[in-house]
Design a protein around this ligand. Structure first.
Ligand SMILES: *Cc1c(COP(=O)(O)O)cnc(C)c1O
Length: 395
């Protein structure tokens, strides 16, 4: 090969292939802070595409807490947690989180994806079995792929399938059942009470990914474990601080030995620098605000009910969602792309979700209602859906 030859030409070919299948995506760009009404790709629009459930991404108390922390701690922390980067504020935030979650201890990772990868990777190994719902999030799948453990995938939320997998893996040294709490693309809630019962019957470890339940389900947004009142019965409660809590970070909550072990062994914890203290301060403030200001959570659920009923009445297929995540399922990826473009022409921003995020025949646009939307915002979106849905003959 010549000196100046492009050795990445194959990527251009791959991208052409994605474009042909309507699977290629670019990054929409905001020129305003996050919120219900934003300027995105240069256009003012109502957005229904964020995970900013409670509106905390731009909550003044979080921003103020972060600013104060910069004055006290400076910006960066300059080292990985295990070596010299842990500040008092990191430990305080974890104690606060553990208390909020009603667990003995918590450990915060740089992001949810790091928490899933690092935790599953070190807990399970050769001779073990991981039993996983077929629609689990990509970061769980990554964690599973990093182990030498046997893998069993059970049909989505199918408790008979889960029990069958438990029976088939009786010879394993240890078993882990892992599930999303709220499934991110469909918005349905895992039957965690039944999963825990099966786990107890067959002596398996349980892990739930509460990324879309945190701040959304349970008393004061404590999540799915609280929603089902399963405190103390789920071994590993994983969640994210990046969605409803409006910050950044993933966490694991559970027993003290779980935290101690992960600090020593989880690669995605050990080999990465700690959060800037201003992020940690904002996390702590988010936990205070979610408990001090219950109006956000109430508004989130009122809005969810209103918007779901509206879309259903119009005749859209919104799947089996039980949470603010509200897909409009259209089938073909080209149709999802077209619907998204048509909505945006009318100032409603909803990103199409296509393969590999969902299967090729269930392409959709995914709406997420937040506490920041007003009833007028949602009615505006419903009117646009009606017009566009009729024009595209989707309803
Ligand atoms: C978003 C998400 C994650 C990752 O969380 P981040 O903090 O954004 O890395 C993990 N699991 C699920 C189910 C998610 O939706």
């Amino acid at each position: 090969m010549k000196k100046n030859e492009n050795r990445l030409q194959f990527l251009k070919d791959e991208i052409e292939g994605m474009k042909k299948e309507n699977l290629f995506t670019t990054l929409p760009v905001l020129s305003t802070p996050q919120g219900a009404r934003v300027t995105i790709n240069g256009k003012k629009a109502l957005t229904l595409s964020t995970n900013n459930y409670l509106g905390f991404a731009n909550h003044p108390r979080l921003a103020a807490a972060a600013k104060k922390a910069i004055d006290k701690w400076g910006f960066g922390c300059g080292a990985v947690r295990q070596i010299a980067g842990t500040m008092e504020i990191h430990n305080e935030a974890e104690e606060m989180l553990a208390k909020y979650k009603h667990t003995e201890a918590s450990l915060i990772f740089v992001a949810g994806i790091a928490a899933n990868r690092g935790t599953i990777q070190v807990l399970m190994g050769e001779g073990d079995a991981i039993i996983s719902d077929e629609l689990n999030h990509g970061s769980i799948i990554d964690g599973v792929r990093l182990t030498k453990s046997e893998k069993k995938i059970y049909p989505h939320m199918d408790m008979t399938g889960l029990e069958k997998a438990l029976k088939e893996t009786q010879a394993a040294r240890r078993r882990l059942i892992v599930t999303d709490g709220v499934f991110s693309m469909d918005g349905d809630i895992a039957p965690l009470d039944q999963i825990v019962e099966l786990a107890e019957k067959y002596d398996a470890i349980t892990m739930v990914d509460d990324a879309h339940g945190d701040g959304v389900l349970g008393k004061d947004g404590r999540g799915i474990v609280d929603h089902f009142n399963l405190h103390g019965r789920v071994d590993i409660d994983m969640g994210t601080l990046s969605k409803a809590f409006g910050c950044l970070g993933g966490y694991i909550s559970g027993r003290q030995e779980l935290r101690d072990y992960l600090i020593n062994r989880a690669r995605s914890f050990i080999f990465t620098t700690a959060h800037p203290p201003c992020v940690t301060a904002a996390i702590m403030e988010a936990l205070r605000v979610v408990q001090d200001e219950p109006q956000h959570l109430k508004r989130l659920w009122d809005n969810t009910k209103f918007f779901k009923e509206g879309l259903r009445d119009l005749g859209f297929n919104i799947g089996r969602s039980q949470t603010p995540i509200t897909p409009v399922i259209v089938g073909e990826s080209a149709t999802a792309q077209k619907l998204s473009r048509a909505l945006f022409d009318h100032d409603v921003f909803v990103k199409p979700i296509v393969y590999p995020l969902v299967s090729k025949d269930t392409a959709r646009v995914r709406n997420i209602v937040t506490a920041e939307h007003t009833q007028e915002d949602l009615q505006f979106a419903l009117d646009v859906y009606k017009k566009v849905g009729n024009e595209m003959k989707l309803i």
